[in-house]
Design a protein around this ligand. Structure first.
Ligand code: SF4
Length: 970
């Protein structure tokens, strides 16, 4: 056995895949992945020859006719130099007449390409056996007589399977290919039993930032995750998995995993580290923090977190720690135009602002507006596809021809960042053609509320006489007969008109909306949006006919003028009554289940502790430079980031790096050496999500237990333990010695959980438990009294039919607009009270900068990544190995760029060098990057160096697409 260990490397046959066609290669790679077999993909005959010529043995899987004439010769030469090379030949049925090649090149097996997924397995089995026999012959000759006898005595089919990597390979293969010859071979005797007994399956859930929340089976053999597979939900219509979900085994064991705590010893980003013990790391951080607290105050320690590894629940425990310490929260400004406008308009419900996604089947028209769920949100796409198959019309409004657009009934290519104008023109059409729903406006929206000319506030009881106080503060409406009173008293309030009531001049909120939108005639919008006038009419009529669902997400969000665009789209839905009924309302990312059943407030806000200030992430450098936020002095010394790739997630990467340089101590707790971790002072290794018990609550209506499938790798620790260590290190005593069982028991000890039978104990038994219904209709199921707070699952069932907003109604008018984050910035309240269109901050044709940088730079979601999650997973890189920018043929030709050229995208902030993908699917005037690669994957430069940290002060949001650039051929 000693010999076996020492020579372990020689027993593994190298597998080389020479299959240039990606679609043929995929099932092969998939199979090898399931078999836990490493492989080398060679791109040319030259590369193949160089790799194999000096070696002994190995298995070559080759699509022989993909390489034309040179292939047989090369292989013949290779066989001369490496006679033990086992060859698996791929031939299509049409090419079978050439099967004689198999003899000339001594192929051990021929696999029909069309049946590669079934035939490759026995072929590989045969090739592995052949290799093994050859290796063992060699081994026996090398070994001494005694060892040889031992080997001879024990060697047999079972030893072969158990003693080599092939054992795991075949065990995986059996599961993957029932009915194969290998399965039949193993079925006899006890081998099959032994191999299947070795596998354990744990419940898991995919925490990827794609927001799908798919349930997973995590397969473990000999303490190692070997694959992840789809796990059934109690309701199978939610069953999903994608390439990312299938690749967690590779992701778990990625080379970039952080193995132990480390401290920077070189320059920031230089990659020089020293290893620390956990004790040393925690002591170092806490001593520094205590010093900053003494000298600069509690708020000098900032924190933030991303979605990399943490579940929502554990992030709340981080919030508790820093709220206890009085630290500053660095507010990550992602997707806030979408979130804030939805919340203002419809209130936050259990499915965000929308109906449950399964309700989309009831929509006659689906307005897919500025989003591409075939790549970005695959969990949802299935529901959309079903609706289309059921007869729904899918209208895709997008600047670019996406995969989703290709599935649409109608594609409307709109000029980027003009959506508000289109929606306002549609409002004008439905009003002019009498297609509005006056009853809905009067009873369910703020339309009949009377807005005072003097201050923009609603007319209230107190304006009619008496003191202004809470009891006298209710909003009043006016009847057609001039009577003014509470909405419960005036059953048919007017929605149009300007009046003088009790000496106060007022106008209905609905009239103010019409006044604001009036300038956007179909003709004017047509010119701005680059959409024919007739199309705008057609869209407006379809929309009003309904039932219409607006399916939107974050495409519109990524320019500085995104928020008022959503407000315009939502106003259109409100005045046509396309809300709060089956098939009508919002959907998409705007209807993801929020997991609100867990009451985290007692965890987040420790009684008696006052949370520290909040700083918008894009203001970090300004705060460090100026020592204040707004007019409030603030000195920041340290930043703690939990599983956040901050430097990639925020615009203007260089500004982020500069900010890090100004901080004394940057600590990153993460699974991987990400682009951000590279710039930290201390890195703490967090274990992967299959290495501890947890719960994933968001993204679909189920609480999903994720079991501990394997022990934490290396010296990594779960977030909860790290927080406990930091809490203890900061002297916070018993507050931070919470066990996992205590944490989750507390989280689920509330009425909402009890109402649906969820407890930590039950969840451990059941693994997946539903907490939300599939038939939730936002605005029709809501709690009494309104209120902007999140509803719990139990409240969602109460069904009293109002919106969870401050007024209990759908709000196209914002009374006394306050920004989501108020840090003393100047806001034009009147402007923000209603929808409007204004150009984006930078990315607009009239911007003088466009003469130098005439193209708009935007990004699109990749189906193989979830932001920067999965960036270095080899299996996925096989499909998309490097960044590329899509460019329209017109723009490419004007710059002499052809398919596959290396190009440089530049602006005054920076550049990136990458490959060009010339396609008419991209609108002229735009460059579109497949988002999610990290710095080392660009040929040079970085996507994040082109973006700008300028943002609309009314909404704390990264405007990722609000960027001008120029492109040059390299
Ligand atoms: S990445 Fe998204 S769609 Fe894919 S398995 Fe994970 S949650 Fe599901």
């Amino acid at each position: 056995m000693r010999w076996m260990k020492e020579n372990k490397g020689t027993k593994e046959a190298e597998i080389i895949v020479a299959v240039p066609n990606v679609w043929l290669r995929l099932p092969i790679v998939d199979l090898l992945f399931l078999m836990r077999k490493g492989y080398i993909h060679v791109k040319s005959m030259t590369e193949l020859y160089e790799r194999v010529k000096k070696k002994s043995g190995g298995i070559l899987i080759i699509d022989i006719f993909a390489y034309k004439e040179s292939c047989p010769d090369t292989i013949a030469r290779l066989k001369t130099e490496n006679p033990t090379l086992a060859i698996v030949l791929l031939l299509s049925r049409d090419e079978s007449v050439y099967a004689h090649y198999s003899e000339s090149i001594d192929a051990c097996f021929i696999v029909e390409k069309e049946k590669a997924d079934k035939m490759l397995l026995p072929a590989l089995h045969q090739a592995l056996q052949k290799q093994q026999m050859l290796l063992n012959e060699k081994e026996v000759n090398l070994m001494g007589k005694e060892d040889g006898n031992i080997l001879r005595r024990n060697f047999g089919r079972r030893t072969f399977l158990k003693g080599t990597a092939a054992a795991a390979a075949m065990a995986g293969a059996v599961a993957a290919s029932p009915g194969s010859t290998v399965l039949q071979a193993l079925a006899a005797g006890d081998d099959a039993q032994t191999t299947s007994l070795e596998e354990q399956i744990f419940a898991g859930a995919c925490p990827a930032c794609c927001l799908g929340g798919c349930s997973l089976n995590v397969h473990v053999r000999n303490g190692k995750i070997v694959k992840t597979s789809k796990r059934d939900f109690p309701d199978k219509k939610w069953n999903r998995i994608c390439g990312k979900g299938l690749s967690h085994a590779q992701r778990t064991y990625e080379e970039r995993r952080l193995k132990y705590p480390m401290r920077r010893v070189g320059e920031r980003g230089e990659g020089k580290w020293e290893q620390l013990s956990w004790d040393e790391a925690i002591r170092y951080i806490c001593e520094k923090w205590k010093g900053y607290q003494q000298e600069f105050g509690n708020s000098s320690i900032a924190y933030s977190f991303g979605g990399g590894n943490s579940t929502v629940c554990v992030n709340n425990y981080y919030k508790r720690l820093f709220n206890w310490m009085g630290g500053t929260f660095l507010f990550h400004m992602f997707d806030m135009a979408a979130v804030d406008s939805g919340g203002r308009s419809f209130g936050y419900g259990p499915w965000f602002f929308g109906n449950a996604i399964p309700d989309i089947i009831n929509a006659k028209y689906i307005f897919m507006w500025g989003t591409n769920p075939t790549s970005s949100y695959k969990q949802n796409w299935h529901f959309v596809q079903e609706a289309v198959e059921n007869g729904s019309k899918l209208i895709v409004i997008d600047p670019n021809y996406t995969t989703t657009a290709s599935k649409g009934t109608q594609f409307v290519p709109i000029r980027m960042a003009t959506d508000a104008a289109l929606a306002m023109a549609m409002i004008n059409i439905v009003v002019k053609e009498g297609l509005t729903d006056k009853e809905f406006i009067a009873q369910n929206t703020v339309g009949p509320f009377l807005v005072k000319e003097s201050d923009g506030l609603y007319l209230r009881q107190s304006d009619l006489g008496g003191a202004a106080n809470a009891e006298n503060n209710a909003i009043v409406v006016r009847g057609a007969d001039g009577k003014v009173g509470l909405p419960s008293e005036i059953l048919n309030p007017v929605i149009n008109g300007t009046f003088e009531i009790n000496g106060v001049k007022v106008t209905t909120a609905y009239d103010l909306l019409l006044e604001r939108t009036a300038e956007w005639t179909p003709e004017k919008a047509s010119e701005l949006c680059d959409i024919p006038v007739e199309t705008i009419y057609e869209l407006a009529r379809m929309f009003a006919a309904g039932p219409t669902t607006i399916y939107t997400s974050n495409g519109i969000d990524h320019t500085g003028n995104g928020a008022p665009a959503y407000m315009a789209m939502y106003a259109l839905a409100m005045i046509t009554g396309q809300v709060a009924k089956p098939g009508a309302g919002l959907n998409g990312d705007e209807s993801m289940a929020l997991g609100t059943i867990f009451d985290c407030s007692s965890i987040i806000y420790p009684p008696g502790k006052v949370p520290g200030p909040v700083v918008p992430s894009l203001k970090l450098l300004d705060v460090l430079n100026e020592g204040k936020i707004g007019d409030t002095p603030l000195t920041l010394k340290s930043l703690y980031l939990s599983t956040s790739n901050f430097l990639r997630a925020q615009s203007e990467r260089k500004a982020g790096i500069e900010a890090f340089k100004k901080l004394d101590l940057v600590v990153i707790a993460d699974q991987y050496m990400s682009d951000t971790a590279k710039y930290a002072d201390i890195v703490l290794p967090v274990c992967g999500y299959f290495e501890y018990e947890s719960v994933l609550t968001m993204f679909n209506p189920f609480a999903k237990m994720t079991e501990k499938a394997i022990d934490p790798l290396y010296e990594s620790k779960p977030d909860l333990e790290i927080i406990n260590l930091l809490g203890k290190g900061m002297g916070l005593g018993d507050e931070f010695v919470v066990t996992r069982d205590e944490f989750y028991t507390k989280l689920m000890d509330n009425d909402a959980c009890k109402a649906v039978g969820i407890s930590w104990e039950n969840l451990k038994k059941e693994k997946t438990m539903r907490y939300m219904p599939d038939d939730y209709i936002h605005g029709a199921y809501a709690r009494s009294g309104g209120g902007a707070a999140f509803m719990t699952g139990a409240e969602a069932h109460s069904g009293n039919g109002s919106f969870p907003t401050a007024t209990g109604r759908a709000q196209f008018y914002q009374e006394a607009f306050k920004p989501y984050l108020d840090y003393g910035q100047k806001i034009d309240q009147k402007k923000e009270s209603l929808p409007y269109w204004e150009p984006p901050i930078e990315a607009w044709q009239d911007n003088p900068l466009s003469s130098k940088y005439p193209l708009i730079f935007a990004t699109e979601r990749s189906r193989l990544k979830a932001n920067t999650g999965f960036t270095h997973v080899q299996w996925l890189l096989e499909i998309m190995p490097e960044p590329f920018a899509k460019i329209n043929p017109q723009d490419a030709a004007a710059r002499g760029i052809v398919q596959g050229d290396t190009i440089k995208v530049i602006n005054d902030r920076g550049h990136m060098v990458l490959k060009a993908f010339v396609t008419a699917a991209v609108r002229p005037g735009m460059i579109v990057l497949n988002h999610g690669f990290e710095h080392d994957q660009f040929i040079d430069g970085d996507e994040g160096d082109l973006t700008s940290r300028a943002f609309n002060p009314a909404v704390p949001n990264n405007a990722y697409y609000d960027v001008l650039c120029e492109v040059k051929k390299m």
